[in-house]
Design a protein around this ligand. Structure first.
Ligand SMILES: NC(=O)c1ccc[n+]([C@@H]2O[C@H](COP(=O)([O-])OP(=O)(O)OC[C@H]3O[C@@H](n4cnc5c(N)ncnc54)[C@H](OP(=O)(O)O)[C@@H]3O)[C@@H](O)[C@H]2O)c1
Length: 268
């Protein structure tokens, strides 16, 4: 029998991600706060639900891909009572381990849970090449392994929350690093270096420079600043806090991180 899943959250990442299990033959019901965003998925073969509870009522696996802890808490709170007792909640948003633990408390004990945040942006979401950082019990991870593989390469990180912890570490190093690349380019321009981008690409800053200049990503400044805020709740990190303030001051909060950082670097 075809496995029924629910996918909640069809933003920049959720929309291309939800298409992957549809293409892989799962029976997918989608929900999004702004209902019009379900239409392309319905055209691809998904079913749209009017509420989170309606979306999950039949689902064996329930995927959430929402903006932040407040959004996930609100949506999971709304759907918790409608979950099948044998369902597994697969939380893929970047919310950090503390929020993951709070979300676990919202769902009945019989329901399984895996945290599986992802590295990679919309381009790799569309091609099924995300890095999926999964945490949970061995039994829950085994049940959702095939589903997670539709999104990309899965790394099992340990118990529930361990995927979120690894994700928070990596994304904050990358976001702060990309912000530093912006300032490094500004310094290079001021000192009159020829082709500053090529200079950085030929240095240990190469990978972060490539991320700053990427043209196929869509990771908003707002989401990047949210990740730095989550890190700041764990530990007082002055450089990351400074990067957060810089990003929060960017005029276009919807712009991709790289675009915004390069834009800010030109203002020096
Ligand atoms: N973009 C990337 O490159 C990237 C990469 C890896 C991980 N992530 C993480 O993936 C998650 C989603 O990112 P995204 O880029 O897809 O963000 P996005 O485009 O801003 O989408 C956010 C989604 O959350 C929904 N949402 C927000 N607040 C809500 C609320 N209070 N109740 C219900 N739904 C709500 C939005 O619904 P509406 O459509 O109604 O606004 C939308 O579906 C974030 O945690 C982000 O950090 C992003």
């Amino acid at each position: 029998m075809t496995t029924k899943i629910a996918f909640l959250g069809l933003g920049a990442m959720g929309a291309p991600m939800a298409a992957r299990p549809v293409d892989a033959g799962y029976d997918v019901t989608v929900w999004n706060r702004t209902a019009a965003r379900t239409e392309p998925l319905v055209a691809q073969g998904a079913t749209a639900a009017a509420t989170p509870a309606e979306a999950v009522a039949q689902a064996e696996f329930v995927v959430t891909m929402l903006s932040d802890p407040a959004a996930v808490t609100a949506v999971v709170g709304e759907l918790a009572a409608a979950l099948r007792p044998d369902a597994v909640l697969v939380e893929m948003s970047t919310v950090g381990p503390d929020a993951t633990a709070r979300i676990r408390e919202l769902v009945p004990e019989s329901v399984g849970m895996v945290d599986a945040p992802v590295m990679g942006s919309v381009d790799r979401a569309a091609s099924g090449e995300l890095a999926v950082l999964a945490g949970g019990s061995a039994a829950d991870l085994a049940r959702v392994a095939d589903l997670l593989r539709t999104f990309g390469t899965v790394t099992e990180c340990g118990d529930l929350g361990s995927g979120s912890a690894r994700k928070l570490v990596l994304i904050n190093g990358i976001v702060a690093g990309v912000a530093v690349v912006g300032e490094t380019l500004a310094l290079a321009e001021r000192l009159g270096l020829a082709d500053p981008r090529a200079v950085l690409e030929a240095s240990p800053l190469a990978a972060l420079t490539a991320r700053a200049f990427a043209t196929t990503t869509d990771f908003s400044v707002e989401m990047a600043a949210k990740d730095l805020r989550l890190a700041g709740e764990v530990l007082d990190l002055p450089i990351m806090a400074a990067a957060r303030r810089v990003l929060e001051s960017a005029a276009d909060q919807d712009a991709d991180l790289g675009v915004a950082v390069l834009d800010l670097s030109k203002k020096h």
